[in-house]
Design a protein around this ligand. Structure first.
Ligand SMILES: Nc1ncnc2c1ncn2[C@@H]1O[C@H](COP(=O)(O)OP(=O)(O)OP(=O)(O)O)[C@@H](O)[C@H]1O
Ligand SMILES: [Mg+2]
Length: 549
């Protein structure tokens, strides 16, 4: 191995192709590591090949793109022509596919876009690659980035079999497996030739198999110029139809049937990448007739749930305020009646105190249906009368932990929640002549309140169910309204694809759907006129004979 070439220090070999060796080298002048490609000794003596090698590298030297390996320098030292270029960290795509098999299509589409953008850029600079193939594409180890190598480098002629013979090299240069029909036929090439080769590369990335598997050069050339590739759908099932159609169009035998250049291809691939992204978010395969109602249903359900819960909450507050007002007047009435008895007893020694009148009053008051319990305690906190006689004589316990509905300086209304159906507690002080003599604590049942609330809930549930049913119906009908014309359009397109160019869609719509139908009808008419004026493809047979000859 050579150790030095011009100012470069050779560090090791990166690989070799048919005509050149590629080394890893250090450029001391700028302190960077580069890849250096040198013609193999057997070609070095051929001045014609040497000058082509350099001339084409110089043309590619103007290219600067994230997905193209940059050419830094070309030169000649001791009669050896060399190209110094960006050292790309990655593996050639052919070896990657050999090791890992086909690439998942989501990734392929992203990589395809990078390659189309690289070619689009080169084409816009007036440079045609002419040798797009997996070994000239380096893919990063994570499989996310690709770089295109060797613009116009290390090729002989246009890979035209007769041109190959003329060089008298005696061996096949490079792999013509990815050449375009124009290259196979020795015709002039332009940007669209690169697109054909790229189509063959995409085919192989997607299926893991070469588009044109022919072994011998003549067989391969005929396959490329005339043969049909095995349909992608027969080799793999998960390639999205959009990408499949793009590859089919790239592999069209006639350049004018492909895209105009890399930029045009990049545009359609961008759409494909976006489609794939959207397709990932929405579940595929569900008809619009179901997607639209489901979406409407969910949105309406959320809105209804929010409204109903606010209304029910407000209603509960209003009912509680009403119940509190009623309860407060009952409590005030009992307090007023108890006040005289408690005040009288307070002035007497305990042996002479008489609570029977108060207890009788409490027992009567407690018979009301709405009443759950009454407790009357004196100023010392001893219970003197109660609807529950067992409590009499015990200490009154306040209920500070219960949640307050109403809080006033001398009155408190709280929520009683227990297994007995809950209630509302009213605690009033017993005042007489400005002095506090005790406490009245009464609990009213919540039954009526709860019954009113559950009636409201039931009514709202019924209303929501009715609204949701209407929404589902409207959603279904609108989905069907959109899906039906779409199906009709798809059927017409299918017929056109199957070769029936006479299909037209009859309609009387004046909306966007009508415009789409009109657009289809115009496209079908144009296709019909074109196909009538295109001569039968007898010319390909003549060209194939030329190759075989
Ligand atoms: N810039 C680079 N950075 C890193 N490795 C490179 C670079 N250029 C080439 N190589 C490596 O060198 C190998 C040989 O490249 P070369 O272009 O000579 O041959 P090829 O493209 O594989 O085949 P052919 O002779 O048919 O063109 C490549 O497969 C690749 O592994
Ligand atoms: Mg190469």
């Amino acid at each position: 191995m050579i150790e030095r070439l011009d100012r470069y220090r050779i560090e090791g070999k990166l690989g070799e192709g048919a005509m050149a060796d590629v080394y890893r080298a250090h450029d001391p002048e700028i302190g960077r590591t580069v890849a250096i490609k040198v013609l193999k000794p057997e070609f070095a003596s051929n001045a014609d090949i040497g000058s082509r090698f350099l001339r084409e590298a110089r043309a590619a030297g103007a290219l600067s793109h994230a997905n193209i390996a940059t050419i830094y320098d070309v030169g000649e030292a001791d009669g050896i022509a060399y190209i110094a270029m960006e050292l790309v960290d990655g593996r050639p795509l052919d070896r990657w596919i050999a090791a890992n098999g086909r690439i998942p299509h989501e990734r392929t589409v992203h990589l395809a876009l990078q390659l189309a953008q690289a070619l689009g850029y080169a084409h816009s600079m007036g440079i045609v690659h002419r040798d797009v193939k997996p070994s000239n594409i380096l893919i990063s180890e994570d499989g996310k980035t690709v770089k295109l190598l060797d613009f116009g480098v290390a090729r002989m002629g246009d890979a035209d079999p007769s041109a190959l013979e003329r060089t008298q090299v005696g061996q096949l240069v490079g792999t013509p497996r990815y050449m375009s029909p124009e290259q196979a036929l020795g015709l002039p090439v332009d940007a669209r030739s690169d697109l054909f080769s790229l189509g063959a590369v995409f085919y192989e990335m997607t299926t893991g198999k070469p588009a044109f598997p022919g072994g011998e050069l003549a067989v391969l050339a005929i396959q490329i110029a005339q043969g049909k590739v095995t349909p992608i759908g027969e080799v793999t099932t998960d390639c999205p139809p959009g990408f499949r159609a793009i590859i089919d169009r790239l592999l069209a035998k006639k350049p004018e049937q492909r895209y105009a250049d890399g930029t045009a291809l990049a545009q359609v691939l961008e759409r494909e990448v976006n489609d794939a992204r959207e397709g990932g978010a929405v579940s595929r395969g569900l008809s619009l007739r179901f997607k639209v109602p489901i979406a409407l249903f969910l949105v309406t359900a959320l809105a209804l749930a929010a409204c109903v819960s606010v209304i029910l909450h407000r209603q509960q507050q209003a009912l509680e305020t009403m119940a509190a007002a009623t309860g407060n007047s009952i409590a005030a009435f009992i307090t007023g009646n108890a006040a005289v008895t408690i005040a009288e007893n307070a002035g007497m020694p305990s042996a002479q105190q008489d609570w029977t009148a108060l207890q009788a009053f409490v027992t009567t008051a407690a018979q009301d249906d709405a009443m759950r319990g009454i407790v009357v305690a004196d100023a010392d906190g001893t219970i003197r009368a109660s609807s529950n006689p067992r409590l009499i004589g015990r200490r009154y316990q306040s209920h500070d932990t219960e949640s307050a509905i109403l809080e006033q300086p001398d009155r408190r209304v709280t929520n009683v929640s227990d297994a007995d159906g809950g209630g509302m507690r009213f605690v009033h002080p017993v005042n007489y002549a400005g002095v506090r003599f005790g406490t009245v604590d009464l609990v009213l049942k919540r039954d009526a309140l709860n019954a009113a609330l559950s009636t409201s809930k039931a009514l709202f549930a019924g209303l929501s169910a009715a609204v949701m049913a209407v929404v589902l119906l409207i959603g279904y009908l609108s989905g069907a309204f959109v899906a039906r014309p779409l199906r009709r359009l798809r059927k017409a397109l299918d017929e056109m694809t199957a070769g029936d160019l006479t299909t037209r869609i009859s309609h009387q719509r004046r909306d966007e759907v009508g415009e789409a139908f009109d657009a289809f009808n115009r496209a079908a008419s144009t296709a019909e006129v074109r196909s009538a004026s295109t001569p039968k493809p007898a010319d390909t047979a003549v060209l194939a004979t030329r190759i075989a000859a």
